[in-house]
Design a binder for this molecule. Structure first.
Ligand SMILES: Nc1ncnc2c1ncn2[C@@H]1O[C@H](COP(=O)(O)OP(=O)(O)OP(=O)(O)O)[C@@H](O)[C@H]1O
Length: 318
């Protein structure tokens, strides 16, 4: 590191000291992933699917996860769904410790806290039940069979109506379009009022107009019920519609795009998008490949701390 102005260092130490006693990492987040590692071993070969992934998601967010094939998105979703367990690190959702919970807590977590929608429309619904029966099933399995049938039926009708499916009530999956099936799947996932809805490529098998309707259903769940929604997607339309898109690269979060709506003096609304690079808990950041290539940055770089930014320079001695 080059010599930094003394005033900056003193200032930095003071700032660090004032933050040391602050609240714990992610204390107010619904999802807390702290250096999550997942290693798969097949035939003696290790694959590090997640390599110390950090991610915080606040209650009420509607966000997308993107990344190249094999970057670790599905591995992360399976962990958040309670279907898989990390090898190391910390993963917590709504106070449930995803590494330490016992079988009973895991069952409760999967039934009450999280709802899941798969890409394959056929995998989300039971083919021999109607849409209404599919939606009623999770409530019955939870023991909602004890609540009055009239009340349960009203809840099912309400969910189907909210997602624009009132006329699909008595139809079986084979009598529904792909988009309708995915929206019924969202209603099923919402049946037990989960805090979190997870979806892995939910529009992957649909054309763009149908995909838009399915995405609108997620938005409704988010806006009307306050459900936190995390969607893994390759769909540019979906990724461009959410206020936060997090990219995963090589098993770590690498960058994110935040979008907000701004209103100008004439009352015209426009969406402003800003891209950030992830700074992990250990202080590491992944410089975009295009930037390192442009300045031929390799092996090591010079850093300089300024009052409000850090400069990165190539090592000219190399
Ligand atoms: N059960 C498993 N056993 C062995 N390796 C696995 C297993 N599941 C995933 N992997 C490996 O972990 C890495 C991450 O896989 P993952 O499915 O999470 O990626 P992804 O980002 O979801 O990819 P895609 O977009 O293609 O679905 C890959 O190298 C994959 O081969």
């Amino acid at each position: 590191m080059t010599n930094s102005p003394l005033s900056s260092l003193a200032d930095l130490e003071q700032r660090a000291a004032s933050r040391r006693d602050g609240p714990a990492y992610g204390h107010d987040a619904l999802i807390v992933c702290d250096r999550v590692v997942r290693i798969f071993t097949t035939d003696g070969v290790e694959v590090q699917a997640l390599q110390g992934l950090d991610l915080l998601v606040r209650q009420g967010e509607l966000m997308a996860l993107v990344g190249a094939s094999g970057s670790g998105k599905s591995t992360l979703m399976n962990i958040l769904a309670g279907l898989d367990v990390p090898t190391a690190g910390t993963a917590r959702v709504a106070g449930f410790d995803l590494l330490a919970m016992n079988a009973k807590a895991r069952l409760r977590y999967r039934r009450d806290v999280v709802g899941f929608i798969w890409q394959q429309t056929g995998r989300n619904l039971l083919p021999y039940l109607t849409a209404a029966q599919n939606v009623a099933l999770p409530v019955q399995l939870r023991g909602g069979g004890r609540s009055p049938a009239r009340k349960r039926a009203a809840r099912v009708r309400e969910l189907l109506a909210m997602l624009g499916l009132a006329d699909c009530h008595d139809r079986r999956p084979a009598q529904l379009s792909g988009g309708q099936q995915q929206r019924v799947a969202i209603a099923v996932a919402l049946a037990n009022s989960p805090s979190l809805l997870l979806a892995d490529e939910p529009t992957g098998e649909l054309d763009s107009a149908t995909g838009e309707q399915v995405f609108a259903a997620f938005r409704r769940a988010n806006e009307e019920l306050g459900t936190t929604v995390v969607i893994v997607t390759h769909d540019q339309d979906v990724a461009g519609e959410v206020s936060r898109t997090v990219a995963i690269r090589d098993g770590r979060t690498s960058s994110e795009v935040l979008r907000r709506t701004e209103v100008d003096a004439e009352g015209q609304e426009s969406v402003v998008a800003q891209e950030f690079v992830t700074l992990d808990r250990a202080g590491r950041l992944q410089l975009p490949a295009a930037y390192t290539a442009a300045l031929d940055l390799k092996h090591r770089v010079l850093l300089e701390l300024e009052q409000d930014h850090i400069g990165v320079w190539p090592d000219k001695e190399r």
